[in-house]
Design a binder for this molecule. Structure first.
Ligand SMILES: Nc1ncnc2c1ncn2[C@@H]1O[C@H](COP(=O)(O)OP(=O)(O)OP(=O)(O)O)[C@@H](O)[C@H]1O
Length: 622
């Protein structure tokens, strides 16, 4: 009995897009289907080793491609794990991954860009509908009796029927659209497979017919032309990472990456390492040029696959690399782990911990190499700089290295490294100063910066979301402390401000008016002679250990109270001295709020602010 089922809404949207909007780079459908076949072989390989229910199954891995040029039919057959009826429904009818919605939103309408996105979003199978008017999947799960077929023309429904199939595995038959029939040709298939799938670790065979033409003499003897059934292996079927480096060209790595990471853009760089000695393993890591779509999602997909002696173990272990390197794509292949290692115990495994630590260092030095090429590095930093910063609080061991890789805008420069900052520091400057806020332009306009600029000190302008909790926990770089420029501690380093007694006395009523007006909201009120704006706000230096601890415990950091600095040379105050206390308090409110506006671009109560302003305007117009 055939069961008709409807595709999930998101899949319908996706299919509609595949069929009607994507025109360029259609050939990637074959790469996606071959890559799925290879994944299915990997999964079966692992089960035959690790699961008693599968141990009796002969693992004879292969991928076969058949085609019929006249009918325009193309078949991709694998001897992998196969799918049960429920898996067919779950895998080819619904998208479980929550990233799909973001995928659909991320589409730009630019066909070339959109088709590059398709692979990244893990919707590989559906790309078949770019070229096929009908797709038939026939599959039998290993260790099960019943086979099923799945048929759809991509228009909203699919049908599942019980069927017969001798061997376990999956066959995907594409009935090509009239203008896509050219894909059912020997040369086309061969060139696409060579281009994208040469280093799939299992053999890919192409079946084709060859006519052996009878010679004149044979014809005389009554012999006719003969059609021979041929089968040829198309790929080297050797895992690329196991091939010695000196036998590989840059192009080999790049093409491997595209198939491996489902990314049509080239990687920014790669690092291939074979380690021998106490531990034996091979790693191949790629740094993409474009951030994966789920980089900032909690449920991001790991980009690293773990193999043991060439057998795929998992691609779902987020502990293989530190989280802040989650944009890296690649392979870890260990010779020392047992083949039947359970995925659960991987996390506490010492061998893996060792590989993780060495790999992290390798990748960080690769990024450092990248940083020598400022144009390339700018591209890298735009995509991954924020994620890298997360490493400052999670990877203490590599903190110094990560700090070297960071780039900042400052009051004097752009794209500045801490090393360059330090080199340019005047002799009398004791610390590296930074100021944190939501917006770089506002930070640049901060009245406090003047104090630093006057002395020739540069200040880093930090406006990334993570800066607020990452930077206070850094402590120091290359033995130089990092300090919040608005903290008292930092300001003290700028030199003592000498306010004489007479001025203190003169301004006492103003100081009192600020205290009365703002009360609990502020920490203190102080006089300053080195500002050009009327007032400035200072924050307390947060205790780095405390900040780190609170963050790790998932607690919100308390908002520190600010201390108000009053510019004794500003004309506002020489006039304010003369007005009565209640009016002075209103002005104190207004000045405080405008300083906060300058700092963060927003206020707790914009209503109070505007009402005070209206009252003042009203009065000044009298
Ligand atoms: N040849 C196959 N054999 C067994 N299962 C398959 C095969 N092809 C697809 N599947 C199943 O269908 C699911 C969906 O495939 P699809 O290509 O859409 O996404 P994916 O492979 O999970 O993601 P990505 O393409 O990013 O690797 C797969 O995860 C797999 O479970």
């Amino acid at each position: 009995m055939a069961k008709k089922m409807a595709f999930q809404t998101e899949i319908k949207q996706l299919l509609d897009l595949m069929i009607h909007s994507l025109y360029s780079n259609k050939e990637i459908f074959l790469r996606e289907l071959v890559s799925n076949a290879s994944d299915a072989l990997d999964k079966l390989n692992y089960l035959t080793i690790s699961d008693d229910g599968f141990k009796h199954i002969a693992f004879e891995p292969r991928i076969d491609i058949h085609f019929d040029e006249k009918k325009g039919v193309l078949k991709i057959v694998d001897s992998g794990i196969g799918m049960s009826e429920q898996e067919l429904i779950d895998n080819l009818g619904t998208i479980a991954k929550s990233g799909t919605k973001s995928f659909l939103n991320a589409l730009s309408g630019d066909k070339k860009k959109d088709s590059a996105l398709i692979g990244q979003f893990g919707v590989g199978f559906y790309s078949a509908f770019m070229v096929a008017q009908k797709v038939v999947v026939t599959t039998k799960k290993a260790a099960q009796e019943q086979a099923f077929s799945w048929v759809s023309d991509g228009s909203g429904e699919y049908e599942i029927t019980e069927c017969k199939k001798d061997t376990h595995g999956t066959e995907i038959a594409l009935y090509l659209k009239d203008d896509e029939k050219h894909f059912a040709s020997r040369w086309e298939i061969e060139s696409i497979i060579k281009k994208y799938s040469d280093h799939i670790g299992f053999p890919i065979f192409l079946h084709y017919e060859e006519t052996k033409y009878a010679t004149e003499e044979e014809k005389k003897e009554g012999k006719n032309d003969e059609v021979l059934q041929k089968c040829e292996q198309l790929n080297t079927a050797k895992a690329l990472w196991k091939i010695p480096k000196n036998e590989l060209k840059e192009q080999d790595y790049k093409e491997f990456y595209k198939g491996f990471a489902h990314d049509n853009s080239e990687p920014l760089s790669y690092v291939h390492t074979k380690v021998e000695g106490n531990l034996e393993y091979t790693t191949l890591f790629f740094i993409p040029s474009v951030a994966p779509f789920d980089l900032y999602r909690v449920d991001y997909r790991s980009g690293v696959k773990l193999y043991v002696k060439r057998v795929f173990i998992t691609d779902d272990d987020k502990e293989l690399l530190p989280q802040y390197l989650r944009f890296v794509r690649g392979v870890i292949d260990s010779e020392d782990l047992p083949l039947n290692v359970s995925r659960e115990i991987l996390q506490q495994n010492k061998i893996l911990a060792n590989i993780k630590s060495a790999s992290t260092k390798k990748i960080l030095s690769e990024i450092e190499k990248l940083s020598k090429d400022s144009k390339k590095y700018k591209g890298f930093y735009e995509q991954f700089g924020r994620v890298l910063k997360e490493g400052l609080y999670s990877d203490y061991e590599n903190k110094e290295k990560i700090l070297e890789l960071l780039r900042f805008d400052s009051s004097k420069a752009e794209n500045l490294s801490l090393k360059d900052y330090k080199q340019a520091m005047p002799k009398e400057q004791k610390s590296i100063y930074y100021i944190i806020g939501e917006n770089k332009d506002l930070l640049k306009a901060s009245p406090l910066l003047e104090k630093y600029t006057k002395l020739g000190f540069d200040v880093l302008l930090l406006s990334d979301e993570v800066d607020g909790f990452v930077m206070p926990s850094v402590g120091e770089y290359d033995k130089t402390p990092l300090k919040d420029a608005t903290s008292k501690e930092a300001l003290q380093e700028l030199g003592e401000e000498k306010i004489d007694e007479e001025t203190s006395k003169k301004f006492a009523p103003i100081v009192q008016a600020f205290k009365d007006a703002l009360g609990e909201e502020i920490a203190s009120v102080e006089l300053s002679a080195s500002l050009s704006s009327p007032i400035a706000l200072l924050g307390e230096e947060q205790n780095a250990m405390m900040v780190n601890l609170m963050r790790q415990m998932g607690q919100e950091l308390p908002k520190g109270k600010k201390s108000v600095q009053i510019n004794v040379n500003h004309s506002i105050f020489s006039k304010l001295i003369k007005v009565d206390s209640s009016k002075a308090q209103e002005v104190a409110h207004l000045l405080y709020d405008s300083a906060r506006l300058l700092e963060s671009g927003s206020l707790d109560s914009a209503k109070d602010f505007s009402q005070r302003l209206y009252a003042l305007i009203d009065e000044s117009l009298k």
